[in-house]
Design a protein. Structure first.
Lengths: 478, 341
């Protein structure tokens, strides 16, 4: 089925420059060729149907009628050999370690600012820097418990970190469900190819959540706090809660008495010790942050401060997601760990630095411009693919508020054979592994590979026509 | 168990049961009409109006439709989006409640409920309905029974399960009483009913069929249909799972298991009302019922069932409801960044 597939000038995950199959795709390709095209189409359909039947969907805002869509899934897995995964694992562990040290520092002594490694202005002006939490000790000194770092590969196949996602990274349920779907569709392949399992993610997550329980609580009650059934990631929230065997709660299910958090049950109030929260800092507590928050729990921050309840992730991690802070991560790694970054950043220009800004404004049509605190493909300018008006608009915005913008060269993301309209075509992909930081660092050997299903598109977000693939990390290199 | 979760489980099973009962009621009425010939408009309305009344939605119906024709009533009870108790809307609401407690129910239960939801929302559903209403109703009934079975066989029989049971039997008792009430106008207001003619026999048999009670009835009373025996069977039979007494008994058992309070005592009004209703039914005879008048008697039962529902809400669910408008929630829920996939 793949005989007509060609890479077309990008780095292709399956084929090398000469068109030969890379060693770690060899076995998969052989097995795939044995499946008749018709049968393949059939399996593809039955996977879609299964997702719809199981309600593995995300909500589309502003859609009155259906409100739920399945997240498109491509049957051709993305494969990563063991040695490459080992490299990624080391790089990701290094990064989350440094980021946690950084957060601890800026919420305490602020040595990195005093030593002049990062200009203090950038940290103190960051939208998600929580002054209220300076000199507050978080349980076990961990700020980022779950991180969903986005990785991409450039034109030569070199890995780069695109962003860190240190608040509420979502998508891990798709990783787990994609794997289940693949096991149903290609049950024979897994053993012969040697794919490392991912099913222990919920256990690892729960283990971490129990680890951060307040001191002296032997058998903590752990809950997942969701914004509710209207949130786009609601499926994931219920999925994870069910897999971990913990209660899923909404803000209105919780209340605070005497600086402890309780949930309202049919038998009265029951104390809660650890909260895996999937709502933003801003909405957590209307008495501290946004006063109009109906999703939060009044007093929960006081309970957190008293050490009677633990939150994952901690409050104030959003500053690590600030795209300006991203620029400084290599320096952060060097400063705290005395190491060179294992996985490099994408080259980045800061609009608030005089010389960078000049370069950005002169080269807008070649650059990707991003707002410092947006995600999900919003607030972005793809220079080469934009109209003159759009470029002019961004020029104005950058000049008016340089602190809020960064720019990067357009990266030609690697591509991967993807089943489109009955044949295989190259589509651009990225990778989001999930890193858990508890007693130790755990990275489940896989990740969510997102794929830009629109031809030529470099944007992989689900809101912009993205889909996903299963990601196979091998025991060996072929 | 979280109050909100208990509330969702309770309503999920109520809506499933409601959809099933409405399907039975409409189907039987459609079939009944096949047995009549040459009915004028007036007579047709006489057949359909009681069906609307049985669902307790008369007012809502006449806001949407000028006349109680077959097409209007069936549309109203089966598909109408404006009727929160139409079959399709019941399934949607059951599924929405299930979605809120996905983590509390089994995959099997969810998938079946999601399947029937996708079916009633599909274009296919209208097609099936046009070609063969009875096939459509079979689909709904079979799914409801399957859901009941899946719940029984896959859920842990814990507190959540008991709320599910309470919802189901409360709803079923109410619906049986309403279906039985459909032909009350052909009866004397008080006092024992006389035997019925051939048309009456068909109508009362239709009531039994609407409750899936025809086979059970025949095995106890034979093939002769008499309003008195029909009433005895549907209200007072201890062993028939759709009779009011049976449902009241199951409801009472579930409520007592939830709180752990023994028979003969109570700690909340739900238990008090449920215990009292059960005792009244246990110590009633069919002659008592007709002395009071069937319609008035069933009306009382419905009022009592409502008060049990209200008291249940007060005792277990009230805690969890916030005073904020639902739209505020939706807006903020959507705003939460889940650093995009």
């Amino acid at each position: 089925m793949l005989e007509n597939y060609r890479p077309f000038g990008y780095y292709d995950e399956m084929l090398d420059e000469k068109g030969g199959t890379r060693p770690h795709y060899q076995k998969f390709r052989e097995l795939l060729e044995q499946i008749p095209a018709e049968e393949f189409g059939h399996r593809r359909q039955s996977v879609d149907l299964a997702f719809l039947r199981q309600g593995i969907t995300f909500n589309v805002y502003g859609d009155e009628q259906g409100a739920e869509k399945i997240f498109p899934f491509d049957l051709i897995p993305r494969i990563i050999p063991a040695s490459e995964w080992d490299y990624l694992e080391r790089g990701l562990a290094q990064r989350i370690t440094a980021l946690n040290l950084f957060l601890h520092d800026i919420y305490h002594e602020q040595k990195i600012l005093k030593d002049g490694v990062i200009p203090p202005f950038y940290v103190l002006s960051a939208k998600h820097f929580r002054r209220e939490f300076v000199n507050f000790k978080v349980p076990k000194d961990i700020y980022i418990h779950i991180c969903g770092t986005d990785l991409i590969r450039g034109a030569k196949g070199e890995w780069m970190v695109l962003e860190d996602n240190a608040r509420c990274p979502s998508g891990v349920s798709y990783l787990l469900e994609n794997r289940r779907a693949m096991k149903r569709s290609f049950s024979g392949m897994f053993e012969s190819i040697g794919v490392r399992p991912v099913e222990h993610y919920p256990q690892e997550l729960l283990k971490m959540l129990r680890y951060i329980a307040p001191a002296g609580v032997a058998d903590p009650t752990v809950v997942l706090l969701t914004p509710g059934a209207c949130n786009s990631a609601y499926f994931e929230h219920t999925y994870l809660a069910r897999q971990m065997g913990i209660e899923i709660v909404e803000g209105r299910d919780l209340m605070v008495r005497e600086e402890c958090v309780f949930m309202r049950t049919t038998k009265g109030l029951q104390q809660v010790h650890v909260i895996y929260r999937r709502i933003d800092d801003d909405f957590l507590d209307p008495t501290v942050f946004r006063k109009d928050s109906a999703l939060g729990v009044p007093g929960i921050i006081r309970a957190f401060r008293k050490g009677n309840v633990s939150l994952a992730n901690s409050v104030g991690t959003g500053i690590a997601d600030d795209k300006v802070m991203y620029y400084f991560v290599p320096r952060i790694i060097q400063y705290y760990l005395k190491q060179e970054p294992i996985i490099p950043n994408v080259p980045t220009y800061l609009a608030s630095e005089e010389s960078d800004r000049k370069y950005i404004l002169e080269n807008l049509e070649n650059l990707v411009v991003k707002a410092a605190n947006e995600s999900g493909g919003y607030g972005m300018l793809m220079g080469p693919k934009s109209t003159r008006e759009e470029i002019a608009q961004f020029r104005e915005r950058i000049t008016a508020d340089p602190r809020n913008y960064i720019a990067q060269p357009m990266i030609m993301l690697s591509q991967h054979p993807t089943y489109v309209d009955g044949q295989f075509e190259g589509r651009h992909i990225d990778l989001r592994p999930y890193i858990i930081y508890g007693e130790k660092i755990t990275i489940v050997p896989s990740g969510m590979t997102r794929v830009a299903l629109r031809k030529g598109s470099l944007v992989v977000n689900s809101s912009q026509g993205g889909g996903s693939k299963d990601t196979w990390v091998l025991y060996g290199d072929q | 168990m979280l109050s909100r979760v208990a509330n969702s489980l309770y309503w999920m099973s109520r809506y499933i049961e409601r959809a099933e009962n409405t399907a039975r009621l409409v189907e039987t009425s459609l079939q009944l009409l096949l047995d009549y010939r040459n009915l004028d408009e007036q007579h047709i309305a006489e057949q359909w109006l009681p069906i609307v009344q049985a669902t307790g939605e008369e007012e809502a119906f006449f806001k949407l439709h000028p006349k109680a024709t077959g097409a209007a009533v069936t549309e109203f009870l089966v598909f109408q989006a404006e009727n929160p108790n139409s079959i399709v809307q019941c399934i949607c609401q059951a599924r929405e409640n299930a979605r809120m407690v996905r983590d509390q129910i089994t995959v099997e239960l969810w998938e079946e409920l999601n399947r029937v939801y996708l079916f009633v929302r599909s274009r296919q559903a209208r097609l099936v309905w046009k070609q063969s209403p009875s096939e459509f109703f079979s689909e709904i009934k079979a799914s409801s029974l399957q859901l009941t079975g899946i719940a029984y066989a896959t859920l842990i029989h814990n507190e959540g399960w008991l709320f599910l049971q309470a919802g189901r039997f409360l709803e079923r008792a109410d619906k049986t009483s309403r279906i039985l009430d459909v032909r009350h106008q052909s009866l004397p207001e008080t006092g024992p009913p006389g035997p019925v003619g051939p048309t009456g026999a068909l109508e009362w048999a239709a009531i039994l069929r609407s409750c899936s009670a025809w086979d059970g009835y025949k095995s106890l009373f034979g093939a002769e249909v008499h309003p008195k025996w029909v009433t005895e069977f549907l209200v007072l039979c201890e062993d028939f799972p759709r009779s009011i007494l049976f449902c009241a008994n199951q409801l009472n058992i579930s409520l007592r298991k939830i709180s752990g309070v023994p028979e003969g005592r109570f700690v909340n009004d739900a238990e008090r009302h449920a215990g009292r209703l059960l005792a009244e039914l246990q110590f009633s005879t069919v002659d008592d019922i007709f002395k009071r008048g069937l319609h008035r008697y069933l009306d009382d039962v419905q009022v009592k069932l409502n008060s049990i529902g209200d008291a249940l809400f007060e005792a277990y669910f009230f805690l969890s409801l916030a005073s904020l408008g639902e739209s505020d929630f939706v807006q903020q829920e959507e705003q939460q960044q889940q650093t995009g996939v």
